[in-house]
Write a protein that binds this ligand. Structure first.
Ligand code: FES
Length: 216
């Protein structure tokens, strides 16, 4: 199922459909502009903050650095331009934020600042197209990429990979680490041998499940 399919996801098939939508998008990446891609895949955070070893050791694996496929979860029926949504992903304690910019771009990030783990907020009235802002030490992240725009954060926000279905519902389907692309994050978590991933066709074992083939 692709994001253009008119059939809305059911409770049983929605998660698979969302993951397949991202997979299809990655497979077709060579035909997709970066801007268009970002309408489907958003980033989020995870990253880590690291202002101290304790913070890093306790949070790192939960924000984009977890190994293995992550849960596919519906986070909203719809997100309109200018709106943002706070949610938890991939774990129940992992703060994340999804936002849609005025041009329709949908993006998702960890809402944990990579400086000292304060909560990152969406300020749509700041900058030319809004920004992700950490009030603790004036940290600023680019809303379109999650990269550091100002302040002390040592690295960009980890991404939360989002897929928008044809009915407008928004699903979280995985994470990407700071500095990692959505494709890299997806392939790491779902298997490097999937179409669109670097290991596709190489025949090398990846140690990760090829979920699509398991279902068919
Ligand atoms: Fe975010 Fe310091 S905790 S800038």
């Amino acid at each position: 199922m692709s994001v253009t399919d008119p059939q809305p996801p059911t409770a049983d098939t929605g998660a698979d459909a969302a993951r397949e939508a991202l997979h299809d998008r990655i497979s077709a990446d060579s035909l997709t502009t970066r801007r268009d891609y970002l309408r489907i895949v958003a980033t989020v955070s995870g990253g880590l903050a690291v202002g101290g070893v304790a913070v890093a050791s306790g949070i790192l694996h939960r924000h984009g650095d977890a190994e293995g496929a992550t849960e596919v979860r519906k986070i909203a029926d719809r997100i309109e331009p200018g709106e943002s949504l706070a949610f938890r992903y991939p774990g129940d304690e992992d703060r994340a934020i999804a936002l849609r910019m005025e041009d329709g771009t949908l993006a998702g990030y960890s809402a944990v600042c990579t400086h000292l783990a304060c909560a990152v907020l969406w300020r749509k009235d700041r900058g030319s197209e809004g920004e992700l802002y950490c009030p603790c030490h004036e940290g600023v992240f680019d809303a379109r990429t999650g990269e550091v725009a100002a302040g002390p954060p040592p690295r960009g926000l980890p991404k939360v990979l989002l897929v928008e279905q044809a009915d407008g519902s928004v699903w979280a389907v995985g994470t990407a680490r700071s500095g990692e692309s959505a494709v890299e994050g997806f392939c790491r978590q779902n298997g490097d041998d999937r179409p669109g991933c670097p290991g596709f066709g190489a025949g090398a074992p990846t140690g990760k499940p090829a979920r699509r083939s398991e279902r068919t």
